[in-house]
Design a protein around this ligand. Structure first.
Ligand code: B16
Ligand code: MG
Length: 213
């Protein structure tokens, strides 16, 4: 292992919850039932693809312009949530893990589909932990496409098979595996069973665990 690449939402901090609350507000306005189970399908995928999934749940089809407007509204609510975030929302164990990896000369990268990732990192004072950052503004194809992880590996000057990814979304696990990397899933084995290893929280991940994967 040369590098370890982390997803952001749902791995380092619970912004996945804020995405859910903002999408739920929009779905309600549109008269669409949108549950936490439906929300799993949105994790890791881009903003506009997420909206397409919600609209398909309600059997609604809209023009590109109308969709852009709705996606912007949802994003405004999401940004309101993240602007109120504080560093104490970082999941326990995350910073210790980044330090542990650096101590062992492992490079640490971030690969988030979110166009708001840099704002979240700034609010949480986390930028300094990453040797490379790839966010939603830097990619053409969102997870499950492997582009985001391949880009991160390139910036970290590591071959894909020397990289390990940490992900909480099914689309993210698929993206990592398609990039030719090993992957630790955070969540349930039913959902993330394709990952090489699954834990229920980032605090369960250590350099030792990753090294032996
Ligand atoms: P934004 P990740 C992803 O981030 C989220 O999981 C996903 O739910 C969201 O739709 C996507 O970012 C785009 O976010 O609207 O802020 O650009 O999990 O890849 O860190
Ligand atoms: Mg995620």
């Amino acid at each position: 292992m040369i590098a370890c690449i982390f997803d952001l939402d749902g791995v380092i901090v619970d912004t996945a919850r804020y995405h859910f609350l903002a999408w739920q507000k929009l779905a309600k306005e549109l008269g669409i039932n949108f549950s936490e189970a439906d929300n799993e399908r949105l994790k890791g995928v881009s903003r506009i693809e997420s909206l397409n999934i919600i609209l398909s749940l309600g059997g609604i089809s809209l023009s590109y312009e109308e969709k852009e407007k709705l996606a912007t509204r949802k994003n405004q609510w999401f940004v309101d949530y993240i602007m109120a975030m504080k560093p104490d929302e970082i999941f326990a164990g995350a910073k210790a893990l980044f330090d542990d990896l650096h101590r062992h000369q492992i490079k640490v990268g971030l690969a988030s589909s979110s166009k708001n990732a840099r704002t979240v990192l700034a609010k949480l004072e986390l930028e300094k932990y990453f040797d490379a950052i790839v966010d939603g503004t830097m990619i053409e194809n969102s997870k499950p496409d492997p582009e985001i992880f391949l880009k991160a590996a390139k910036l970290l000057q590591a071959n894909p098979d020397d990289c390990i990814v940490v992900e909480d979304a099914e689309a993210g696990v698929e993206s990592a595996l398609r990039a030719g990397m090993r992957c630790v899933g955070i969540g349930s084995t039913e959902q993330l069973g394709k990952a090489n290893h699954v834990v229920d929280h980032i605090k369960k991940i250590s350099y030792e665990l990753l090294k032996n994967l």
